[in-house]
Every structure is written in C-alpha cells, then in structure tokens.
Design a binder for this molecule. Sequence first.
Ligand SMILES: Nc1ncnc2c1ncn2[C@@H]1O[C@H](COP(=O)(O)OP(=O)(O)OP(=O)(O)O)[C@@H](O)[C@H]1O
Ligand SMILES: [Mg+2]
Length: 188
Amino acid sequence: MVEEVVDDERRPARGKSARNPVPLTQVSTEPIARQSTGIDEVDRVLGGGIVPGAFVLLGGDPGIGKSTLLLQIAAHVSQEGPVLYVTAEESEVQTRIRAERLGVKSENLFLLAEGDIRTIIQAIESRSWLMAVVDSLQTTFNPELESAPGSVAQVRDVAAQVMRVAKQGCPVFLVGHVNKEGSERPAA
Ligand SMILES: Nc1ncnc2c1ncn2[C@@H]1O[C@H](COP(=O)(O)OP(=O)(O)OP(=O)(O)O)[C@@H](O)[C@H]1O
Ligand SMILES: [Mg+2]
C-alpha cells in the first residue's frame, strides 16, 4: 500500500480537456534554441544542450560528483540568465564554499537550501529561470504525506511535482541517488 495525496483540482473534469490534440503536421518545427551546459559531453547526452521544459534526472552513486557537476553547469548557464540551485542536502554556506573551490562566481546564480517541495515549487515558479537544479529527489519531501523523505510515496510525489513545473517551461535537473541495487527507487 502506498500513500498518496488526493488532488482533484489537477484532473480536468471529464469531457473538458484543457488542451486540444494538434495534428502532427501542424506542430511548429522552428529550431529550438538549445542552451549549452558548458560541458561538451553533457551537451551531447542532452541531444545538443538544454531545451525549455526539459526534465533531466541525474542519477549516480553517492559521492560520484553529481552536485559538483550540476553546480558547474548552473554556473555556466547563469552567465546567460538567472539560475536557481535548490539543495536539500547542504546549507547555502556549504554550497558557497564548494562554488569558491570550483572558482564559480556569478551574480545570477541563486541558492535555496530547502527540502519542502511546496516551497521549492513556489521558488521555481516565482520568476522565469533559465534553469533550475533540485538536489535531491530523495531528500526533498511533501509534508502533507506522512511517510519519510525517500519513501516510495514521497519520491513519486516529488518527481511528479518537479516534472509538472518543468513542463511549464523551466528546465529542471533533478538529482537522484542510486541505491545499492543500482536502482533509483528506494528499497520499499
Ligand atoms: N570531476 C571531479 N574530479 C575530481 N573530484 C571530484 C569531481 N567531481 C566531484 N569531485 C569531488 O568528489 C567529492 C564528491 O562530490 P559531490 O559532493 O559533488 O558528489 P555527489 O554525487 O553530489 O555526492 P552525494 O551523493 O553525497 O550528494 C567532492 O569532494 C568533490 O570535490
Ligand atoms: Mg550531492
């Protein structure tokens, strides 16, 4: 059994679709501007760079360098516009110290040390960021759920909320820890 929050507002009433399907041939093919991450290999994996609305899950073993890589990417992208870096794992000071070690200095890079997904979503929606980072999936939580951060219910809820906000236009990178079995999902 997995606990979930009932949210009727999210689901449009039957027969009242919020968006209409469009014919494939009428979908705009104007080239999408891709934002470079500053790292060729990451750009290649992303298909040429970051596109608006992208939702990227960055998974990896503990200590492999996920936060470091994303801080570097965030710093690079922030040369073009405002970038939000949310960390539920480290304090703002710790992140600042890491940034200094990496030689990262940007007026356009904003930090938020927060674990409550409701506050994080608000922050992402508060202005038009060029990109946002949420570090990490397993430490971010919805207090409306009774289960602990990192549980199946929490991970599903957080991922769904972050995906929804990303689809509104702001590209989001979400960090996911990989457990001993090599899976993104927590051991239920
Ligand atoms: N490309 C790299 N080369 C060498 N050392 C690195 C590299 N990236 C990160 N490190 C170092 O590895 C350590 C762990 O990095 P980091 O905290 O970014 O990993 P993480 O995957 O976010 O870890 P966690 O799972 O604990 O959040 C740090 O001390 C960092 O300085
Ligand atoms: Mg980390």
